[in-house]
Design a protein around this ligand. Structure first.
Ligand code: PLP
Length: 376
């Protein structure tokens, strides 16, 4: 059997070990230390806006903390994009709130502004204006930040920007992770850069960052003994993991370029073939890191996403259906939903293709051979 080709696997840059060695040399083997501070600085410099960064144990922790910082609690409504990974929505349940799921629009596959407004009006009609909007930049494609930002200001509802998949993407030249009142990044093993497991929260005010770090390190009050006046969490990033992150930051732009080259490779392959439509940037306002390249397979192609996925699997190549929308998930079946059926349609025929920045020419040839064998 040929070696496995993964959808998206870790890709070290070579600079990581020096930071890890430094952590060992100075015994900073803890959820604090120079690499944690260094990674936060690296991210702040990269994002290049007036944001503060708190390095955390995961993107999920960042989402959870942002809901806590906004004071979201039992019975509150939170609007959330339906077409996303479950980690965008689960923290709404952690704080006891109720999600209202919202459909996608066709350009970016992210939040449909009209459906968001319907969801806001629904909450208001129940006497409970939603407390937050979780907007996702799915597969690296920035959401329509102007339209969602306008709704956020008009109704005075903060945005939590889930850019777990979108580090390195930009909208109108501004980096993803800097649009929301809070921004969420992930460095899980499958993301564009990784710390093995980890994430970060971006915040607009220094005071919020202090609060986030306080809550993520068990909420110890300033006292000689352990005094607690709030509930804390163990959500800080380890200094060893942050060392991996510092090395990865050195190659972030290279990783974006490599993923975008994969997307171009697919674009070239699908050209002149019927029924394969790649998820592309809708205009020059959008610059996607193309974390994953995703194709919609229409019936005129003569094949379904499931059949194609099986063909890939036979050749030891991983592919995956796009995220199953949250409003279709058994665990969220009682949640409210606004929109039409676009996310359901995207789920029915969308397939994520091997997209790792570490794909070799030989890997791409194997992927191309499968596609060429089925394309009309
Ligand atoms: C990966 C991911 C998360 C969660 O990040 P973790 O670091 O794995 O907890 C959240 N939202 C989206 C859209 C993701 O892809």
């Amino acid at each position: 059997m040929d070696k496995k080709i993964w959808l998206s696997s870790p890709h070290m840059g070579g600079g990581e070990m020096k930071y890890i060695q430094d952590a060992f040399d100075h015994n900073w083997i803890a959820p604090l230390g120079p690499n944690v501070n260094g990674l936060e600085k690296d991210l702040e410099n990269f994002l290049n806006e007036d944001v503060h960064v708190a390095a955390l144990s995961s993107g999920t922790a960042a989402l959870h903390l942002s809901l806590i910082l906004l004071g979201v609690g039992p019975g509150d409504y939170v609007i959330c994009q339906s077409l996303t990974f479950s980690a965008s929505a689960n923290p709404i349940i952690y704080v006891g709130a109720d999600p209202i799921f919202v459909d996608s629009e066709i350009d970016t596959w992210n939040l449909c502004p009209n459906a968001v407004e319907d969801a806001i009006k629904f909450g208001i009609s129940k006497g409970k204006k939603p407390k937050a909007i979780i907007a996702v930049s799915l597969y690296g494609m920035p959401y329509k930040a102007d339209e969602i930002g306008e709704l956020s200001r008009r109704y005075d509802i903060p945005v939590i920007e889930d850019s777990a998949e979108a580090l390195g993407s930009t909208y109108k030249g501004q980096k993803c992770g800097t649009f929301g009142d809070f921004g969420v990044l992930s460095f899980n093993g499958n993301k564009i850069i990784t710390t093995s497991g980890g994430g970060a929260l971006t915040l607009k005010h220094k005071e919020f960052k202090k609060k986030a770090v306080f809550l993520s390190t068990q909420a110890k009050d300033d006292a000689p003994h352990y005094e607690h006046s709030s509930i804390g969490y163990n959500y800080r990033m380890s200094n060893v993991c942050a060392g991996i992150g510092r090395g990865q930051m050195e190659v972030l732009q290279e990783r974006v370029d490599q993923r975008r080259a994969n997307h171009q490779f697919y674009e070239d392959l699908f050209q002149d073939h019927r029924g394969f439509t790649l998820h592309n940037e809708p205009s020059s306002d959008f610059y996607s890191n193309h974390w994953l390249s995703v194709v919609r397979i229409e019936s005129k192609s003569g094949i379904t996403k499931t059949q194609l996925s099986h063909k890939f699997a036979k050749e030891n190549i991983e592919s995956r259906p796009i995220w199953k929308p949250m409003h279709m998930q058994p665990v969220f079946k009682s949640a409210a939903y606004f929109g039409s059926k676009l996310s359901e349609k995207l789920f029915s025929n969308g397939l994520c293709l091997p997209s790792g920045s570490n794909l070799s020419d030989e890997d791409r040839e194997r992927v191309a051979a499968v596609l060429k064998s089925v394309m009309i």
